[in-house]
Design a protein around this ligand. Structure first.
Ligand code: SF4
Length: 369
Protein backbone atom coordinates (compact mmCIF):
# COMPACT_ATOMS: atom_id res chain seq x y z
CA UNK A 1 0.00 0.00 0.00
CA UNK A 2 1.39 3.40 -0.94
CA UNK A 3 1.32 6.34 1.42
CA UNK A 4 0.52 9.54 -0.42
CA UNK A 5 3.38 11.95 -1.08
CA UNK A 6 1.37 14.76 0.45
CA UNK A 7 1.16 18.21 -1.10
CA UNK A 8 2.99 18.03 -4.47
CA UNK A 9 3.98 21.70 -4.09
CA UNK A 10 6.55 20.66 -1.52
CA UNK A 11 8.51 19.07 -4.38
CA UNK A 12 9.29 22.64 -5.51
CA UNK A 13 12.64 23.61 -4.03
CA UNK A 14 13.70 26.35 -6.48
CA UNK A 15 11.68 29.42 -7.38
CA UNK A 16 12.60 31.50 -10.45
CA UNK A 17 10.86 34.70 -11.44
CA UNK A 18 11.05 36.52 -14.76
CA UNK A 19 12.27 40.02 -14.08
CA UNK A 20 9.34 41.64 -15.91
CA UNK A 21 6.75 40.20 -13.55
CA UNK A 22 8.56 40.62 -10.25
CA UNK A 23 6.54 43.77 -9.52
CA UNK A 24 3.12 42.11 -9.86
CA UNK A 25 1.25 41.80 -6.54
CA UNK A 26 0.32 38.21 -7.41
CA UNK A 27 3.99 37.31 -7.95
CA UNK A 28 4.84 38.82 -4.58
CA UNK A 29 1.99 36.90 -2.96
CA UNK A 30 3.38 33.59 -4.26
CA UNK A 31 6.97 34.44 -3.32
CA UNK A 32 5.91 35.25 0.24
CA UNK A 33 3.83 32.10 0.54
CA UNK A 34 6.59 29.88 -0.81
CA UNK A 35 9.25 30.93 1.69
CA UNK A 36 11.83 30.01 -0.97
CA UNK A 37 14.79 32.11 -2.12
CA UNK A 38 14.12 33.66 -5.53
CA UNK A 39 16.33 33.56 -8.58
CA UNK A 40 15.47 36.44 -10.89
CA UNK A 41 15.63 35.59 -14.57
CA UNK A 42 16.61 38.41 -16.89
CA UNK A 43 15.11 38.62 -20.36
CA UNK A 44 15.58 35.45 -22.45
CA UNK A 45 17.30 33.54 -19.64
CA UNK A 46 16.07 30.20 -18.32
CA UNK A 47 16.75 28.12 -15.20
CA UNK A 48 20.03 26.31 -15.34
CA UNK A 49 19.11 22.64 -14.96
CA UNK A 50 21.94 20.23 -15.69
CA UNK A 51 21.45 17.46 -18.26
CA UNK A 52 19.39 17.13 -21.40
CA UNK A 53 15.65 16.88 -21.82
CA UNK A 54 13.99 14.49 -20.94
CA UNK A 55 16.73 13.04 -18.71
CA UNK A 56 16.64 16.17 -16.57
CA UNK A 57 12.87 16.18 -16.16
CA UNK A 58 12.89 14.62 -12.68
CA UNK A 59 15.30 17.32 -11.56
CA UNK A 60 13.41 20.00 -13.48
CA UNK A 61 10.20 19.29 -11.58
CA UNK A 62 11.86 20.85 -8.51
CA UNK A 63 11.95 24.18 -10.36
CA UNK A 64 9.03 26.57 -10.68
CA UNK A 65 9.23 29.59 -12.98
CA UNK A 66 6.78 32.46 -12.46
CA UNK A 67 6.26 34.28 -15.75
CA UNK A 68 3.76 36.02 -18.00
CA UNK A 69 1.71 34.17 -20.53
CA UNK A 70 2.34 36.10 -23.72
CA UNK A 71 -0.17 34.11 -25.75
CA UNK A 72 -3.86 33.40 -25.28
CA UNK A 73 -5.04 31.92 -21.99
CA UNK A 74 -8.26 30.57 -23.45
CA UNK A 75 -8.39 28.10 -26.34
CA UNK A 76 -10.55 25.23 -27.55
CA UNK A 77 -9.25 21.82 -26.46
CA UNK A 78 -7.22 20.31 -29.31
CA UNK A 79 -9.60 17.41 -30.04
CA UNK A 80 -9.45 15.75 -33.44
CA UNK A 81 -12.12 15.40 -36.08
CA UNK A 82 -11.70 11.62 -36.26
CA UNK A 83 -13.02 11.01 -32.73
CA UNK A 84 -15.92 12.39 -30.72
CA UNK A 85 -14.64 15.22 -28.57
CA UNK A 86 -16.58 17.16 -25.97
CA UNK A 87 -16.20 20.86 -27.00
CA UNK A 88 -14.07 21.65 -23.99
CA UNK A 89 -12.21 24.93 -23.57
CA UNK A 90 -8.74 25.06 -22.08
CA UNK A 91 -7.68 27.81 -19.70
CA UNK A 92 -3.90 27.71 -19.80
CA UNK A 93 -2.59 28.57 -16.31
CA UNK A 94 0.87 27.04 -16.69
CA UNK A 95 2.92 24.17 -18.07
CA UNK A 96 4.31 21.11 -16.33
CA UNK A 97 3.53 19.34 -13.07
CA UNK A 98 5.39 18.36 -9.88
CA UNK A 99 3.77 14.92 -9.93
CA UNK A 100 5.17 12.37 -12.36
CA UNK A 101 2.88 9.89 -14.11
CA UNK A 102 4.65 7.40 -16.34
CA UNK A 103 2.07 7.93 -19.10
CA UNK A 104 1.96 11.74 -18.83
CA UNK A 105 1.61 13.18 -22.31
CA UNK A 106 3.30 16.41 -21.20
CA UNK A 107 6.64 14.59 -21.28
CA UNK A 108 6.29 14.53 -25.08
CA UNK A 109 4.38 17.81 -25.56
CA UNK A 110 6.76 20.04 -23.63
CA UNK A 111 10.49 20.41 -24.08
CA UNK A 112 11.44 22.26 -20.89
CA UNK A 113 12.16 20.34 -17.71
CA UNK A 114 10.92 23.10 -15.37
CA UNK A 115 7.35 24.02 -14.44
CA UNK A 116 5.96 27.39 -15.56
CA UNK A 117 3.11 29.20 -13.86
CA UNK A 118 1.54 32.33 -15.35
CA UNK A 119 1.20 35.25 -12.96
CA UNK A 120 -0.43 37.87 -15.21
CA UNK A 121 -3.85 36.79 -14.01
CA UNK A 122 -5.32 40.23 -14.62
CA UNK A 123 -4.81 39.54 -18.33
CA UNK A 124 -6.39 36.12 -17.82
CA UNK A 125 -9.54 37.62 -16.32
CA UNK A 126 -9.68 40.37 -18.94
CA UNK A 127 -9.58 37.71 -21.62
CA UNK A 128 -12.33 35.74 -19.89
CA UNK A 129 -14.44 38.90 -19.57
CA UNK A 130 -14.24 39.27 -23.34
CA UNK A 131 -15.24 35.65 -23.89
CA UNK A 132 -18.24 35.98 -21.60
CA UNK A 133 -19.40 39.37 -22.86
CA UNK A 134 -23.05 39.17 -23.88
CA UNK A 135 -24.65 38.30 -26.23
CA UNK A 136 -22.56 35.11 -26.15
CA UNK A 137 -25.11 32.31 -26.37
CA UNK A 138 -22.66 29.44 -26.10
CA UNK A 139 -22.29 27.48 -22.85
CA UNK A 140 -18.63 26.94 -21.90
CA UNK A 141 -17.06 24.05 -20.05
CA UNK A 142 -13.58 25.21 -19.16
CA UNK A 143 -10.68 23.30 -17.66
CA UNK A 144 -7.24 24.26 -16.37
CA UNK A 145 -5.89 20.71 -16.32
CA UNK A 146 -4.66 20.37 -19.91
CA UNK A 147 -0.99 21.33 -19.58
CA UNK A 148 -0.68 20.95 -15.83
CA UNK A 149 -2.63 19.57 -12.88
CA UNK A 150 -5.28 22.08 -11.73
CA UNK A 151 -4.53 21.89 -7.99
CA UNK A 152 -1.01 20.43 -7.63
CA UNK A 153 0.52 23.85 -6.90
CA UNK A 154 -2.57 25.49 -5.44
CA UNK A 155 -1.21 25.71 -1.89
CA UNK A 156 1.55 27.92 -3.35
CA UNK A 157 -0.38 29.86 -5.97
CA UNK A 158 -3.83 30.15 -4.39
CA UNK A 159 -5.20 30.50 -7.93
CA UNK A 160 -8.26 28.32 -7.34
CA UNK A 161 -9.85 30.90 -5.03
CA UNK A 162 -9.60 33.63 -7.67
CA UNK A 163 -10.95 31.32 -10.36
CA UNK A 164 -13.82 29.92 -8.31
CA UNK A 165 -14.92 33.39 -7.22
CA UNK A 166 -14.76 34.69 -10.79
CA UNK A 167 -16.69 31.72 -12.13
CA UNK A 168 -19.39 32.08 -9.46
CA UNK A 169 -20.52 35.23 -11.32
CA UNK A 170 -20.77 33.51 -14.72
CA UNK A 171 -24.12 32.17 -15.80
CA UNK A 172 -23.04 30.50 -19.03
CA UNK A 173 -19.99 28.54 -18.00
CA UNK A 174 -18.55 26.04 -15.58
CA UNK A 175 -14.93 25.54 -14.62
CA UNK A 176 -13.49 22.08 -14.06
CA UNK A 177 -10.53 21.77 -11.71
CA UNK A 178 -8.99 18.39 -12.47
CA UNK A 179 -6.38 16.83 -10.21
CA UNK A 180 -4.61 13.76 -8.87
CA UNK A 181 -3.78 15.53 -5.62
CA UNK A 182 -5.89 16.10 -2.54
CA UNK A 183 -5.01 19.78 -2.28
CA UNK A 184 -8.48 21.23 -1.76
CA UNK A 185 -7.89 23.58 1.19
CA UNK A 186 -8.46 26.73 -0.88
CA UNK A 187 -11.87 25.51 -2.06
CA UNK A 188 -13.38 25.64 1.42
CA UNK A 189 -15.68 28.52 2.37
CA UNK A 190 -16.21 29.87 -1.13
CA UNK A 191 -19.52 31.02 -2.55
CA UNK A 192 -18.97 28.98 -5.73
CA UNK A 193 -22.60 29.03 -6.93
CA UNK A 194 -22.16 25.58 -8.48
CA UNK A 195 -20.00 27.06 -11.26
CA UNK A 196 -16.93 24.97 -10.39
CA UNK A 197 -16.72 21.20 -10.79
CA UNK A 198 -13.88 19.51 -8.91
CA UNK A 199 -12.71 16.35 -10.57
CA UNK A 200 -10.24 13.54 -10.08
CA UNK A 201 -8.53 11.14 -12.43
CA UNK A 202 -8.92 7.61 -11.12
CA UNK A 203 -7.33 4.34 -12.09
CA UNK A 204 -7.02 0.80 -10.83
CA UNK A 205 -5.21 0.78 -7.45
CA UNK A 206 -2.17 -1.01 -8.93
CA UNK A 207 -1.72 1.63 -11.63
CA UNK A 208 -2.15 4.45 -9.14
CA UNK A 209 0.54 2.99 -6.91
CA UNK A 210 3.05 2.00 -9.58
CA UNK A 211 2.65 4.52 -12.38
CA UNK A 212 1.50 7.77 -10.73
CA UNK A 213 4.38 9.16 -8.71
CA UNK A 214 3.79 11.76 -5.99
CA UNK A 215 0.01 11.63 -6.49
CA UNK A 216 -2.57 11.18 -3.74
CA UNK A 217 -3.73 7.63 -2.99
CA UNK A 218 -7.18 6.44 -4.04
CA UNK A 219 -8.42 6.87 -0.47
CA UNK A 220 -7.03 10.41 -0.27
CA UNK A 221 -8.57 11.43 -3.60
CA UNK A 222 -11.97 10.06 -2.61
CA UNK A 223 -11.76 11.64 0.82
CA UNK A 224 -11.03 15.00 -0.82
CA UNK A 225 -13.89 14.47 -3.28
CA UNK A 226 -16.31 13.67 -0.43
CA UNK A 227 -15.26 16.85 1.33
CA UNK A 228 -15.84 18.92 -1.83
CA UNK A 229 -19.28 17.31 -2.13
CA UNK A 230 -19.94 18.44 1.47
CA UNK A 231 -18.94 21.95 0.45
CA UNK A 232 -21.60 21.83 -2.26
CA UNK A 233 -19.40 21.27 -5.30
CA UNK A 234 -20.43 18.97 -8.12
CA UNK A 235 -17.76 16.38 -8.95
CA UNK A 236 -16.23 14.75 -11.99
CA UNK A 237 -14.19 11.56 -12.35
CA UNK A 238 -11.99 10.47 -15.21
CA UNK A 239 -10.97 6.87 -15.76
CA UNK A 240 -8.18 7.89 -18.06
CA UNK A 241 -5.92 6.35 -19.15
CA UNK A 242 -7.44 2.89 -18.74
CA UNK A 243 -4.45 0.57 -18.87
CA UNK A 244 -4.26 -3.17 -19.47
CA UNK A 245 -2.38 -4.89 -16.66
CA UNK A 246 -2.60 -8.09 -14.71
CA UNK A 247 -5.78 -8.09 -12.65
CA UNK A 248 -7.18 -5.01 -14.43
CA UNK A 249 -10.75 -6.28 -14.17
CA UNK A 250 -10.66 -6.57 -10.38
CA UNK A 251 -8.65 -3.37 -10.11
CA UNK A 252 -11.13 -1.15 -11.94
CA UNK A 253 -14.08 -2.83 -10.20
CA UNK A 254 -12.50 -2.13 -6.80
CA UNK A 255 -11.90 1.53 -7.63
CA UNK A 256 -15.51 1.96 -8.76
CA UNK A 257 -16.82 0.31 -5.59
CA UNK A 258 -14.58 2.52 -3.44
CA UNK A 259 -15.75 5.60 -5.34
CA UNK A 260 -19.44 5.02 -4.75
CA UNK A 261 -18.83 3.94 -1.15
CA UNK A 262 -17.27 7.27 -0.39
CA UNK A 263 -18.92 9.81 -2.66
CA UNK A 264 -22.67 10.56 -3.06
CA UNK A 265 -23.64 9.47 -6.57
CA UNK A 266 -25.98 12.41 -7.07
CA UNK A 267 -23.11 14.90 -6.72
CA UNK A 268 -21.27 13.49 -9.74
CA UNK A 269 -21.76 15.56 -12.89
CA UNK A 270 -19.73 13.41 -15.24
CA UNK A 271 -17.48 10.36 -15.51
CA UNK A 272 -15.26 9.90 -18.55
CA UNK A 273 -13.59 6.78 -19.87
CA UNK A 274 -10.53 6.81 -22.09
CA UNK A 275 -8.21 3.92 -22.89
CA UNK A 276 -4.48 4.61 -23.04
CA UNK A 277 -3.45 6.51 -26.17
CA UNK A 278 -0.14 8.19 -26.77
CA UNK A 279 2.05 9.93 -29.27
CA UNK A 280 4.74 7.55 -30.53
CA UNK A 281 7.43 9.88 -29.14
CA UNK A 282 6.04 9.42 -25.61
CA UNK A 283 6.90 5.71 -25.50
CA UNK A 284 10.65 6.30 -25.83
CA UNK A 285 10.65 9.08 -23.28
CA UNK A 286 8.54 7.21 -20.72
CA UNK A 287 10.29 3.85 -21.02
CA UNK A 288 13.65 5.62 -20.84
CA UNK A 289 12.68 7.48 -17.65
CA UNK A 290 10.80 4.55 -16.08
CA UNK A 291 12.48 1.33 -17.26
CA UNK A 292 10.54 -0.81 -14.77
CA UNK A 293 7.22 0.12 -16.34
CA UNK A 294 5.81 -2.56 -18.65
CA UNK A 295 2.49 -1.33 -20.01
CA UNK A 296 3.92 0.35 -23.11
CA UNK A 297 5.01 -3.11 -24.36
CA UNK A 298 1.44 -4.29 -25.02
CA UNK A 299 0.20 -4.38 -28.62
CA UNK A 300 -1.07 -1.11 -30.06
CA UNK A 301 -2.33 0.16 -33.39
CA UNK A 302 -1.94 3.62 -34.87
CA UNK A 303 -5.18 5.59 -34.52
CA UNK A 304 -6.48 8.08 -37.08
CA UNK A 305 -5.08 10.91 -34.96
CA UNK A 306 -1.53 9.52 -35.13
CA UNK A 307 -1.71 8.22 -31.54
CA UNK A 308 -1.15 4.60 -30.60
CA UNK A 309 -4.15 2.82 -29.06
CA UNK A 310 -5.18 -0.66 -27.96
CA UNK A 311 -6.95 -2.74 -30.62
CA UNK A 312 -10.62 -1.98 -30.98
CA UNK A 313 -11.83 -5.31 -29.48
CA UNK A 314 -9.59 -4.83 -26.51
CA UNK A 315 -10.88 -1.31 -25.92
CA UNK A 316 -14.48 -2.48 -26.15
CA UNK A 317 -13.82 -5.28 -23.63
CA UNK A 318 -12.30 -2.85 -21.14
CA UNK A 319 -14.97 -0.21 -21.63
CA UNK A 320 -17.82 -2.72 -21.28
CA UNK A 321 -16.53 -4.07 -18.00
CA UNK A 322 -16.09 -0.59 -16.55
CA UNK A 323 -19.38 0.74 -17.95
CA UNK A 324 -21.26 -2.28 -16.55
CA UNK A 325 -19.75 -1.76 -13.13
CA UNK A 326 -20.53 1.97 -13.19
CA UNK A 327 -24.11 1.27 -14.26
CA UNK A 328 -24.70 -0.52 -10.93
CA UNK A 329 -24.15 2.70 -8.97
CA UNK A 330 -24.36 5.74 -11.18
CA UNK A 331 -27.06 8.42 -10.80
CA UNK A 332 -29.35 8.87 -13.79
CA UNK A 333 -28.24 12.52 -14.21
CA UNK A 334 -24.52 11.72 -14.38
CA UNK A 335 -23.11 11.85 -17.90
CA UNK A 336 -20.87 8.82 -18.51
CA UNK A 337 -18.93 9.39 -21.71
CA UNK A 338 -15.89 8.51 -23.75
CA UNK A 339 -13.04 10.89 -24.27
CA UNK A 340 -11.97 10.61 -27.92
CA UNK A 341 -13.70 7.51 -29.20
CA UNK A 342 -15.63 6.89 -32.41
CA UNK A 343 -19.36 6.35 -32.87
CA UNK A 344 -18.98 2.60 -33.43
CA UNK A 345 -17.46 2.18 -29.96
CA UNK A 346 -20.16 4.39 -28.42
CA UNK A 347 -22.88 2.24 -30.00
CA UNK A 348 -21.27 -1.03 -29.06
CA UNK A 349 -20.72 -0.11 -25.41
CA UNK A 350 -23.56 2.31 -24.61
CA UNK A 351 -26.03 1.43 -27.36
CA UNK A 352 -26.21 4.98 -28.75
CA UNK A 353 -23.95 7.62 -30.24
CA UNK A 354 -23.68 11.20 -28.94
CA UNK A 355 -25.53 12.49 -32.01
CA UNK A 356 -28.63 10.56 -30.89
CA UNK A 357 -28.66 12.79 -27.81
CA UNK A 358 -27.82 16.13 -29.39
CA UNK A 359 -24.04 15.72 -29.34
CA UNK A 360 -21.53 15.09 -26.56
CA UNK A 361 -21.16 18.77 -25.74
CA UNK A 362 -24.90 19.11 -25.20
CA UNK A 363 -24.99 15.93 -23.06
CA UNK A 364 -22.30 17.35 -20.76
CA UNK A 365 -23.90 20.80 -20.66
CA UNK A 366 -27.18 19.22 -19.53
CA UNK A 367 -25.44 17.42 -16.66
CA UNK A 368 -24.42 20.74 -15.08
CA UNK A 369 -27.51 22.82 -15.89
S1 SF4 B 1 -0.86 14.49 -12.64
FE1 SF4 B 1 -1.40 14.89 -14.79
S2 SF4 B 1 -0.06 16.55 -15.44
FE2 SF4 B 1 0.80 15.71 -13.55
S3 SF4 B 1 2.29 14.18 -14.25
FE3 SF4 B 1 0.34 13.10 -13.89
S4 SF4 B 1 -0.67 13.08 -15.90
FE4 SF4 B 1 0.97 14.64 -15.99
Amino acid sequence: MKNGFGDPAKYITHLHVDKDCLHLPYTQEIITRSGLPVEILSEMSTPNIPGKYPDNLTLGKHHLVLRKNRGAFFKPCPGTKEYRCCDYQVLNIGMGCPMDCVYCILQAYLNNPWISFFVNIEDLFTELDQVFTPPADQFYRIGTGEFTDSLALDSLTGLSRYLVEYMSRQKRAVLELKTKSDVIGNLDNLDHQGRTIVSWSLNSPDIMVAEEIRTATLEQRLQAAAKCADWGYRLGFHFDPIILHEGWQEGYRNTIKALFNKVPADRIAWISLGALRYLPSLKNIATGRFPGSRFFYAEFIDGLDGKSRYFRDQRVTMYKLIADELAKFVDSRTCVYFCMENDAIWREVFGFSPEDQGGLGAMLDRSVN
